[in-house]
Ligand binder design. Structure first.
Ligand SMILES: [Fe+2]
Length: 383
């Protein structure tokens, strides 16, 4: 059974309510629309925290490389001949040319800068700088590509652009899905879209269930007693809990879906009872959202483009043995629910972009996830 590191289920239940939520308010419009606010977020969050850069199985094959933008910075992902994946800033140490255009795939034994043909090994070291002549004290060893820290967690890939930040640690709640077989699931849906809202609008939307009966009326929440949320400060974890466990195994599991409690590890092996019937929802600060269901898993991550534009990527994985009709219904449900969320987020952003502050209080139970986002923001920006 996957018991969270250093923190059993009892301890998890004892995490106190975030008492500050009783004084909390919706953030001002500028937090979601001002370029100046966004320029503060970039260094404090996206160039400092561990940021989800995608899924690891979309990374280059052995002996090849590609480039992505992560947290607004150009990152080169390289897999060497031994299969080890590394990341570097996608900038030649000579005159700052990108080594590879975003999304391009290259293979070979040396990475060639297209500007002056400096050549790098796949481990990032500078192999040759033909034509450089004899600059004072020039030593190839001093001009390796700048490394970017990298970590893989449950099929997702994280990078950290701050060499002094603590090591990647998704925390106790992240470890709770260790037994969930994400890696053996098959890709069923992949999409990438630039959306007209600030990244926090979607993160907050994802992190609360308050809107579900109104924005997603087809999701039946009537059988749910509540939607508990817990946080260890790194991950916010929420799950559906049934109103009246009937005594069936499925209902027992639904009642005790707190990570580490008996039944959790069986989540992936129980029969699928329809999209969104049973779910666990993880918000991993700052930009990954992961849903786990008995038969499917959705990873959704964001790359902010500017204050009011966000690239949203989603990958839906399903258990291969699931019936094709059920798979289709899962895919359809995820499309519909996401479209509904994108629609409300787009409309909310219009108010933010108009500069109109909503100063409403937060629901003290239902919007703990929104408060989780605000608390992280405050800790990074001192707002
Ligand atoms: Fe929603």
């Amino acid at each position: 059974m996957a018991v969270p590191r250093n923190l059993g289920p009892v301890a998890l239940r004892e995490i106190p309510d975030p008492c500050g939520i009783r004084q909390a308010k919706t953030l001002p419009a500028s937090a979601y629309s001002s370029a100046e606010f966004y320029e503060r977020e970039r260094p404090s969050i996206f160039h400092h925290d561990w940021v989800c850069a995608g899924v690891v199985d979309e990374m280059p094959a052995t002996g090849s490389w590609t480039a992505r933008v992560v947290g607004g910075l150009p990152v080169l992902f390289v897999r060497d001949k031994s299969g080890e994946l590394r990341a570097f800033l996608n900038v030649c140490r000579h005159r700052a040319s990108p080594l590879c255009e975003e999304g391009e795939a290259h293979a070979g034994s040396l990475i060639r800068c297209p500007y002056h043909s400096w050549l790098y090994q796949l481990d990032g070291s500078l192999a040759r700088a033909s034509g450089v002549g004899s600059p004072d004290d020039f030593d190839l060893a001093d001009y390796s590509l700048k490394p970017v820290r990298l970590a893989v967690w449950r099929r997702t890939l994280f990078v950290c652009l701050d060499e002094h930040a603590p090591a990647f640690d998704v925390g106790a709640l992240g470890a709770a899905i260790d037994a969930y077989p994400i890696e053996s699931m098959e890709l069923a849906l992949s999409d990438t879209n630039d959306r007209p809202f600030n990244w926090k609008v979607l993160l907050e939307n994802y992190s609360e269930n308050y809107h579900t009966p109104f924005v997603h009326p087809e999701i039946d929440t009537s059988s749910n007693e509540d939607y508990p949320m817990i946080s260890d400060g790194v991950v916010l974890y929420a799950w559906d809990r049934p109103l009246r466990p009937s005594g069936s195994r499925v209902d027992e599991i639904r009642a005790t879906m707190l990570p580490g409690e008996p039944g959790w590890e069986e989540l992936a092996s129980i029969k699928m009872d329809g999209p969104y019937g049973i779910g666990g929802y993880l918000t991993v600060w700052p930009n990954l959202m992961m849903n786990v269901f008995p038969g499917a898993c959705l990873a959704m991550w964001m790359e902010p483009i500017d204050a009011t534009t966000t690239r949203v990527q989603r990958r839906l994985y399903v258990r291969p043995e699931i019936d094709a009709t059920v798979q289709e219904s899962i895919i359809d449900a995820h499309r519909r629910v996401h479209d509904q969320d994108v629609d409300i987020c787009t409309r909310v952003q219009r108010s933010h972009s108009a500069g109109i502050d909503a100063d409403g209080v937060l629901a003290t139970v239902e919007e703990r996830g929104v408060y989780f986002v605000h608390e992280h923001l405050r800790s990074r920006l001192d707002v």
